[in-house]
Ligand binder design. Sequence first.
Ligand code: KG4
Ligand code: ZN
Length: 342
Amino acid sequence: MLVLGIESSCDETGIALYDMQAGLLGHALHSQVAMHEEYGGVVPELASRDHIRRALPLLQQVLDQSGKPLAAIDAIAYTQGPGLAGALLVGASVACGLALALDKPVLGVHHLEGHLLSPLLASDPPEFPFVALLVSGGHTQLMRVDGIGRYTLLGETLDDAAGEAFDKSAKLLGLGYPGGPAISRLAEFGNAGAYKLPRPMLHSKNLDFSFSGLKTAVLTLVKNHQTNICEQDKANIARAFVEAIVDVLTAKCLDALKQTGLKRLVIAGGVGANAQLRVALNAAAVKKRFRVFYPELEFCTDNGAMIAFAGAQRLARDPTAATRDYAFSVRPRWALEELVAV
Ligand code: KG4
Ligand code: ZN
């Protein structure tokens, strides 16, 4: 069975073709980062308009890559939520219009389920059950994953998401958007111990997070320098910020493994691409004897492959998961625990 995946929840248009026997046959992505950069963040209306421009050319690219005709597609999976309403509507309407024309069924996929399952696309995938740390621009959650749709929330952020903290702190340091990769690169030039930032909720005895105070601490450091902050100061602050956030994420992952008794940890979402986080988790895995799994780097951030894959997993277990009801609706807010197990 060949599943077309369409992702358009935020600022990346992703299209992919996943075959249940042969695996991923092709995928293509257009990132809108350059377009949003001058505004310092995603402009929803511009995002929607760009998804409209990109979707069909990317689809053609994926068909060419895989050597498959449109008619070979058996089902279309699209991101139904959560995300920006207008952006989601573009992917949903392309999916449903195409499916209607081809007389194929459609299936709305939860964006975070896509992220959560993305490490299963790698060559050495984890088995269920595992603990997953979902760290993206909009979410920071620890989940226990027992199977497709069998997700138990263990803890989550009470305010900013980890990616949001990266982006906001980077903005305070005058780095571009999105700030995660930029602040991470700058941190490599920072001196250890130059500044010490708080580790929010490190000893909270639960698996929740809070990152808004960390961003405020960065703001205070930047303000203390008034107008004469030099590049080395910025690098020192970046290092202190990255060390604080990595410490908290790593400690909470260890607590979650201890609490559940599980020995497999999966990292998903954009912040999972962070080099310092990977170094810390890999070291902890050796020390504490657990295994840590990451998606391929290109599938950490938003992409169509994870949506095609998540759709295919649901369809493999429940062929009625896709319908020929093309009157679509999107779900900008949608909790992962609302999903049903298959
Ligand atoms: O999963 P994603 O592409 O989109 C959402 O669903 O939110 O995650 C985007 C987030 C942004 O906040 C971005 O700054 C962060 O992931 N990010 C990183 C890195 N690459 C992306 N944060 C830290 N280090 C990175 N290398
Ligand atoms: Zn995402």
